[in-house]
Ligand binder design. Sequence first.
Ligand code: GLA
Ligand code: ZN
Length: 683
Amino acid sequence: MATPLHTNEFLHGGDYNPDQWLDHPEVIEQDFQDFKQAKLNTVTLGIFAWDKLEPSEGQYDFSWLDQIFDQAEAQGTKIILSTPSGARPRWLSEKYPEVLRVNEQGQRNQFGERHNHCYTAPVYREKVQAINRQLAQRYGKRPSLLLWHISNEYGGACYCDLCQAAFREWVQAKYQTLANLNHAYWNAFWSHEYTSWDQIQAPSPSGDTGVMGLNLDWRRFVTDRTIDFFENEIKPLRELTPDIPVTANFMGGNPSESHVFYDLDYQKFAEHVDVVSWDSYPNWSNGYESTARLAMKTALMNDVMRSLKHSNYLIMESTPSQVNWHPFNRAKRPGMHEMGSLQQIAHGADSVLYFQLHQSLGASEMFHGSVVTNHRGTRTRAFNDVTKVGQDLQQLQPVLRTTRKTAKVAIVFDYDNMWALDDARNYANETKQYWRTIQEHYQYFWEHDIPVEIVSVTDDLTPYSLVIDPMHFMMSHAFAAKLKAYVEQGGHLVGTYITGVVDENFLAYQGDGLADLQATYGISVQETDTLYPQQHNALTAYHQAYQINDYCDVVDLATAQSVGTYQKDFYAGTPAVTKNTLGTGTAHYLAARTGTDFLAAFYEQLATTLQLKLPLPIAKNNAHVAIQVREDDQQSYYFVTNFSHQPATITLNQSLKNVFSDQVVSDQQELTSYGVQVYVSKK
Ligand code: GLA
Ligand code: ZN
C-alpha cells in the first residue's frame, strides 16, 4: 500500500541548495522573500548536500538545515527532503574507495561528478543508511515535511567485483542449474559453455557483448540492484517516518528525443515508490519540429509517468527558462512557460517544481535557468512567468482532487522488449525505433483528445476498449495468452510487424511461432523485409495508397482477412494489413511500417467504431489545440491549450465557467498563441 501524499495545494517550488550560500545569510533571507513573491510553496532541500551535513565521518552538522526548515516554516513553505546519496563527500571515497563505481572495462572512477556510486559496496549502503537515519530522526516530525526525495536520478551501473558477485548470485537464483543457464544463453555457440558459476561476468567490450540473454539479464539485474539499493536507503525512513511518502525522481529528459530513459525499468521501480515523480525538460521552441509535435511527445511522456502507478504524479524538476545541456539552449517564447507547466497538470501532475530556485555562482550548472538568477535576481521574464504559474495553480486549487479522465485506449510499452529489440542483430539499427513507433501511434489519439494509458505487460488489459501493442519483438507465452484472452472476451487489439519473434530468454520461437499470437491475429509471418531508407513500398487500403517505409512482414493468412495489400515487390498483392475476429473481439495486424497518414486513417475508423472520442463540450478546428480532461464525480475540468504560434479559436457548445476569469462564457473563444484556458462544468 502506497503512503499517500498529503497536500491541499498544488506544489510549486523546487530544488533549493542554500548549502552554497551558508556564509551569506542575507542571500537566503532574500531568497525566501522572493519565493513568496513568486508564489512558491515548496522547497526541495538536501540534494547533494552530504558534505555540509557530515563534514567528516560521523560528525554531523544539521544547524544550517535546522535554520532553513525554520525559515521555510515561518512562511508556511512545505519541504521535500532529499537523501544525499546522489553525490559523496571526498572523505568518503578517500577512506572507502570501494564506493566508487567501476566501468565496464574494469577501471575504477576517481572522485568526481555525481550519480556514480557502487550499488553493492556494503560500506556505502551503511553510510547512506546512517545519514538517512539522522535525517529521519531530526526532521521526521517537522510539520513541513511532505515527502522524501530519495537520492537523485538513479542511473548507470557498476562493474566492480562486488557487483559482479551480486550478479552471479542473481543469475544462479534465476536459473538454478548451469545446464539451464547454458541453454538460455545458447552457450553451445562459439564454445561459450559455463562449467562453473564463477565464470559469469557482466557484458563488457573486452569480454562478451554478443550473448543476447546475458546482455538482457545484466540490464534486468541493474534495475533490481538499483531497487535493492533504494530499498536499503529507505529502510530507516520507513521505520521512523511511516507516514511520509517516498519518491525517486525519474528521468524523462527531453521528450523530443526518439528514445525513452534507458538504464532502468521504471515499470518495476515504480512499484517501490509511493508517488511517481519525474524531471521534464522539453526543448520548447526548437527549430526542427513544431511546438505541437513536441507537445505531443511531452504529453506522451506525462502519460507514461502517470501510467506507472495509474494515478497522479509529480513534476519534480522542470526549468523556469532554459537549461544548459540541450544542444541549443533556447529561451522559451513568451507564454511557453505557462503552456508547458499547465500541460503537465492537465495530464495529472499535482506539482510544477523546478530545477532550480537560486542559480549557482559557479560550477557546471551556473548557467542553468533558475527562478532567481545571478545576473538579474528577480528582474527576469522567468521570474514573472513562474509567478504567473503560481497564480494559476492557486486558481486551479479545486482541480487538485481530480484525476485525468480514465482512458479506454492503452499502448503497451515494455522495457525488456526495448532492450532486446535494440540488441537484436537483425533489421536495421537506425530504423528499429521502438519509442518513435510508440510516439507515432500515440499521435492520432493526442490530436483527437482521446486519453491514453501506457501499460506494461503485467497490467490488466480488460479495462481498455483498444490495446495497441507495437513491435513486440520479445513476447512471452504468458503475454500472448493474455492478448488472446483479451480479444476473445471482446477486446480490440492492434499489433505490428516484428512481433513475437523471441521468448523472454531471447531464444527464437520455433516453427510457426507463438501459437496464441497466431490464433489472435489469424496469420503467420513468413519473413521480414528490411528496407533501406531510400526504398519504399506502398499499401492500398480504404481506396487509397499509403507509403511504406523500413519494414514489411510477409504474412500468410489463416483465419484473418486482408484489409490492405502490398503494391510492389515479390510480395505484391499479399496482405499488408489484416483483421481477425476472435470470440467477440478483433485483432488487426499492421504488417508494414507506414507514415502517420495511414495511422490517422486507420485509427479514425477504429475510433468511430469503438466510440473512443470523448463527448466534449468544446469543439476545435485545429490539431495544434489539445483538450485534456481532469475530473472527479462532481466536475470536469477542460484544459484547452494552443500549442501553436498562431492564435486559435475554439467553440463552446454549452456555457462553461472559465476558471481563470471566473466568468461563464459560451460560443467562440480565442486562445492566444501558446495560450491555456481551463473551463469547468458540473456533471
Ligand atoms: C537533472 C538533475 C538536476 C540538474 C538538472 C539540470 O534533472 O536532477 O540536479 O542537474 O538535471 O537540468
Ligand atoms: Zn560495484
